[in-house]
Design a protein around this ligand. Structure first.
Ligand code: NAD
Length: 468
């Protein structure tokens, strides 16, 4: 078995302890994660601090060039990274799976490499010249989840270093290996210490949030963890970007054409087995076409192949871990007990692997966890409505506000409804389609700050106003 290590100051660092990484398709051991300790984190932060004093002075064009080189290197190793990702995360190689994720990581890296934040002249006249400069912040701590680990690592690392910061990343202990390999590859294009990885238990994330050497934490994960990070970061007043959970609503209007929207609805909800922050997690359908939408979705779901991620025929893989599997199972069980009608799925076969079938639950409403909370798995509740205002009110009743969508035929009417949804992103006749040039982030308890594009890059800077 390969012996993995941390990567600190450009060097592999061996740990005394290891923890098994499990393949969720088979339940077998993929490899072992090195368990970093507080002293490893301190060493990584010290290396990143030292590197920062040099990296922040490197000419902007050189930093852009390094990011372009990173994109090329990731691309050249895409097959290796995709396979590792499938082994530890479970998602299929094909479809919207591992190859898609690595392709996304390359695309985001390329796009971000070409961004720049030139000095803005706010005033230049008889009264003097005032310039707005954007400076890097320092050492950025990146904490990532297990659902899209490689792409999210790039969303954190690339804008941070592009803007002149240095990074210590801590991936989820459930999917650490693809991030270690990613950081090894990134290090081929950078001076030592600019990007470091410390794998380990959740405690490392906690220590990062209060570490005096870390100036900003960028976090993607659950709302509950986001709250803890905010508390821990208060002592050192760290900058924070928090991309947290979602319970995205989609509203199907009476003039929608079910056959036309069914594919978008399905993948909006079931991408990565529903384990996607901005997936469609509650579907509101107008009474007049409720039965037809249910029928079309069920027919579509029947031809989706759920299986081992390494199999070429799989379009969806397993749930990533036992805890999430149990959450999905208990939510569906409760929905059933409260009168929900399971159209397809609902009954997972015995292992091996955490396979949960694609599940559609009709005739449910608020008051059950499948609707009220984030299921983060392959089970979609379909809620009937007859009054649009009531549907919008219910959609907005969540404490979360990451994404939302509206489906129908009259574009102007759709836009108007879309703007009434309390969410950081809204889509029309699609859901969850993110892109590197469009800012993405949550409102309410889905977090704050945005990623992607110029707005996202600015989050890795502080403003310095120069009165010349
Ligand atoms: P999680 O919050 O359990 O863990 C995320 C990361 O935080 C892991 O690396 C974990 O080790 C670390 N962590 C755990 N406790 C910590 C603590 N006290 N202090 C600091 N770090 C700690 O989330 P998860 O289960 O890995 O991911 C699923 C969640 O992430 C879902 O809620 C999903 O919606 C959300 N998510 C959000 C986005 C977004 O962009 N908004 C994207 C992907 C996932």
């Amino acid at each position: 078995m390969q012996r993995w290590g941390l990567l600190i100051d450009g060097r592999k660092v061996e740990t005394d302890d290891f923890q098994e990484v499990i393949n969720p398709s088979t339940g077998s051991v993929v490899s072992a994660m090195p368990v970093g300790r507080a002293r490893d984190l301190d060493a990584a932060v010290a290396a990143a601090s030292k590197a920062f004093s040099v990296w922040k002075e490197v000419p902007d064009s050189q930093r852009a060039e390094a990011c372009r080189a990173i994109a090329k290197t990731i691309d050249a190793h895409s097959e290796e990274l995709a396979r590792l990702l499938t082994l530890e995360q479970g998602k299929p190689m094909n479809g919207l799976g591992s190859r898609f994720e690595i392709g996304g990581a390359v695309a985001w890296t390329r796009y971000t490499a070409d961004l720049s934040l030139p000095v803005e002249v706010l005033q230049d006249g008889a009264e003097g010249r005032v310039e707005l400069h954007r400076k890097p912040i320092g050492v950025v701590g990146s904490i990532t989840p297990w659902n899209w680990p490689v792409m999210i690592a790039c969303w954190h690392i690339i804008p941070a270093i592009r803007a002149g910061n240095t990074v210590v990343i801590k991936p989820s202990p459930l999917t650490p290996l693809s991030t270690i390999r990613l950081v090894e590859l990134i290090n081929e294009e950078l001076p030592p210490g600019v990007v470091n990885v410390v794998t380990g238990e959740n405690e490392i994330g906690s220590l990062m949030s209060s570490h005096p050497g870390i100036a900003k934490v960028t976090f993607t994960g659950s709302t509950a963890t986001g709250r803890k990070i905010m508390q821990n970061a208060a002592g050192t007043l760290k900058r924070l970007t928090l991309e947290l959970g979602g319970n995205d609503a989609g509203i199907v209007l009476p003039d929608a054409e079910p056959k036309k929207i069914v594919e978008g609805l399905f993948w909006g909800a079931f991408i990565n087995c529903g384990q996607t922050c901005a997936a469609l997690k509650r579907l509101y359908v107008h009474d007049s076409l409720y039965d037809e939408v249910c029928r079309e979705l069920t027919a579509y779901a029947k031809q989706v192949v759920v299986g081992d991620g390494l199999s070429d025929s799989s379009t969806l893989g397993p749930v990533q871990n036992r805890r999430q599997f149990e959450i999905v199972s208990s939510f569906v069980k409760e929905a059933r007990e409260k009168g929900g009608r399971v159209l397809i799925g609902g009954d997972p076969a015995d292992g091996p692997g955490w396979f949960y079938p694609v599940t559609l639950v009709a005739d449910v409403d608020h008051g059950c966890r499948l609707v009220d909370e984030e299921q983060f798995g392959p089970a979609l509740p379909i809620i009937r409505y007859s009054d649009l205002d009531e549907a919008v009110e219910k959609a907005n009743s969540s404490s979360m506000g990451l994404g939302g969508s509206v489906w129908g035929s009259d574009h102007e009417a759709l836009k108007q409804v879309a703007q009434r949804i309390e969410a950081g992103s809204v889509w029309i006749n699609k859901h969850g389609a993110i892109q590197p040039n469009a800012p993405f982030g949550g409102v309410k308890q889905s977090g704050f700050g945005v990623e992607f594009g110029l707005e996202g890059l600015k989050e890795f800077t502080v403003v310095q106003t120069v009165f010349c």
